[in-house]
Design a protein. Sequence first.
Length: 435
Amino acid sequence: MAKEIVKPATGKLGIMVVGLGAVSTTFMTGVMMARKGLAKPVGSMTQYDKIRIGKGENKKYLHYKDIVSMPTLDDLVFAAWDVFPANAYESAINAEVLKEKDIEPVKDELLKIKPMKAAFDKNYAKRLDGDNVKQCKDRWDMTEQVREDIRNFKKETGVDRVVVLWAASTEIYVEPDMKYHGTVAALEQAMKDNVVDKIAPSMCYAYAALTEGCPFIMGAPNTTVDIPAMWELAEKTQMPIAGKDFKTGQTLVKSGFAPIIGARMLGLSGWFSTNILGNRDGLVLDEPANFRTKEVSKLSTLESILVADDQPDLYNDYFHKVRINYYPPRNDNKEGWDNIDIFGWMGYPMQIKINFLCRDSILAAPLCLDLCLLIDLARRAGRYGTQRFLSFFLKSPMHDYTKNEIPVNHLFQQHVMLKNAIREMGGYEADEEID
Ligand SMILES: NC(=O)c1ccc[n+]([C@@H]2O[C@H](COP(=O)([O-])OP(=O)(O)OC[C@H]3O[C@@H](n4cnc5c(N)ncnc54)[C@H](O)[C@@H]3O)[C@@H](O)[C@H]2O)c1
């Protein structure tokens, strides 16, 4: 066995989730059911995936936990913030993702998760009307209050480490503005000056997490940690960050399917994606300013996989359109349609149709688990700043756009990055090339 270079996962790992809605309660309920042996954590890389270690005759395939020290599901302790006061049991029932039979056995544990008051500003999600909200003098005060929540949680539970995960609603789009988002000093000043249209509540959670020594994950497409000020803060506090936007349904399909077109040198003239969903996420995204945030995130996927500069005959000027439609009868059971207009030999057109009847939160829950466990691993390995190896789980992977860095969106290349990082942290050679 190679020597580990990460600190061991001792004690309990606290997972503080912003938002106690469909995704968070499905995640928490699944973990609780799995540790009772009543459900399987299907879809989770950390629980199932095996990675090759060594080459040739010496190669073997090992689970992550056999390569690096990882917490078990029993080691996880949850807390949450939400705009609504419903506890995790009530919220799981309201979300209507899971059947009662899959919630009732862990009812007692879920009842105990009562959301702390949210750091919230209605201007960032107009369709939400909850009253479990902090009264804040300004954005700096908002940040201070979240910091206090984190400190209290640590004290009350005695957890060894904490990770903060954003699984709350998508905020309205905040365009990065270097005057406020360029440096930590500018960001802090803007918080103190209460520049409310530049400092989203999510930035207060992220700032609080990093300064309290907790890695931060952005599961929505919000700008939040995708600004130079937060990258600088992550360096200064030596904390890992990851984002943005869980890669679940249509974008997962897109980043896995586009490589088929690219690998066979077929052309693309258009890709139209539309879907219907009826959960609260869909309701928030029905607001144009909130949808804009999602649209920016979803559109970025194709351009780095099917690249016009590499193959101008094949990928010049294809039309890429993404739509989301709020349709209450379907609730969390999203239906997505992709129409792909491709062309082949001598330019002859063909069409591919993909109809994915998915369940949003069922796809997102394992990503929550993996992102939390892996960002905690990164921290124990002494890694900080943007964790590019976590792009596998994200629709719009963070990258340094001030230096024109191109993010990797190709699902299989992202998988290689993930495997190499685990190998490295386990003290093995990161021996797989990204082609
Ligand atoms: N499920 C998926 O497949 C998927 C994929 C990618 C991204 N996401 C993102 O994950 C997030 C959660 O999705 P969901 O289906 O659970 O939504 P949801 O509406 O069921 O839950 C979100 C919760 O966040 C709360 N909230 C909003 N702003 C808050 C704040 N400032 N502080 C604390 N709580 C706040 C809301 O009250 C709500 O209860 C959304 O942003 C969604 O876009 C989901």
